[in-house]
Design a protein around this ligand. Sequence first.
Ligand SMILES: *Cc1c(COP(=O)(O)O)cnc(C)c1O
Length: 378
Amino acid sequence: MLHRPNVFQIDLRAVAACTREIRTVIGRGRPFIATLKAGGYGYGVLPVALTVLENGADALSMSSLHDAVALREAGIKAPILVYAGTLADADSVAVHEEYSLMPSLHDEASFAGFAQHLKARVRVAVKVDIGPERIGVPLSQAREFIRRVHAHPRMELFAVHAHPNVQHGDGEGVRECMQWQYDRFVGLHQELRADGIDVPWFALASSKVLRMPGASMALSAVDPGAALFSSLSGGPAQAFAQLRTRLLAVRTVERTEHLQQAAFPMRQGMRVGVLPIGYSDGMHRVHAASVLVRGQRAPVLGKPALEYTRIDLSSLPDAQVGDEVVIIGRQEGAVISPEEACAFQRAARVIDLALQLGPTVEREYIGACGSPLSFSQP
Ligand SMILES: *Cc1c(COP(=O)(O)O)cnc(C)c1O
């Protein structure tokens, strides 16, 4: 009641369907780590975690220690792999131990930090960089690094993971570049075997890898994130159900002066609607150039302001304060799909829309029984 009426509605039935689809693709026995980075890609960590664990995921992963601790405090017992993100100081190491979180050692400093501060023996992962040039032990040093981790008395080496990186789409050389990264990672696996080091989870299959035909790169564990929210195979499951608000004010343009200098094409007599959502909420990065009011399209006027967006209601003389406004989704048979919004925004994936919506936008969940559950924080 105290929020502005901005609601991002998330379909957990779609998350469940996407999770089951991934399970079908990878087969029964293979560990499935569901990645919930960035607050579960904007969809919310706890509701998504509960849904994926109920529908075939075995473990979770994320970079935020804060989110990992919140999941433990909510009673989640599944293994949690923590990606690089927090410096390995005494406090962070103690939190990993206390909440049974598996850290990703990704360079000498993180190895040294855990070696210095660990009090008991814990499961650890090593992150290897096979191509993105972003984070992880460079492949050229990985074998020797992993041998030292394996030999450490307070470290149980449980996972080695990598995150391949290629440009979006199926452009020239994309498959070959992915294959090159995969081959390097498999080469490391063979070297470790030769050293007598067996790692339970050897994983590089993020969503893009699983989308390649046959899931032939699934190795001994997978860690997809984006594919929890939109069907891996391009099927209909889509977790982004709706983004809506309400009409806050309606006004008629009276001025005749300086119409040329206005922030949008303005005419005297034009009916302007004002929405209580703006660029501080992410509106400028998610809208599809028009919104739905009373089942009709109303164009967005100019750029969203900090907390307001104007729309043209000239062809909707009956629209009034309090009317529901759908920015993405369905209304009375009309629809603005997330894909349409992506195309207008030049966003690659629907998760890139969800990631723009700040904590000021309330999350509403449609569960398996169709009853909306509200969580005020993402
Ligand atoms: C983000 C991430 C993933 C999941 O990637 P998606 O493309 O969202 O499936 C897997 N592994 C690591 C290390 C990551 O950082």
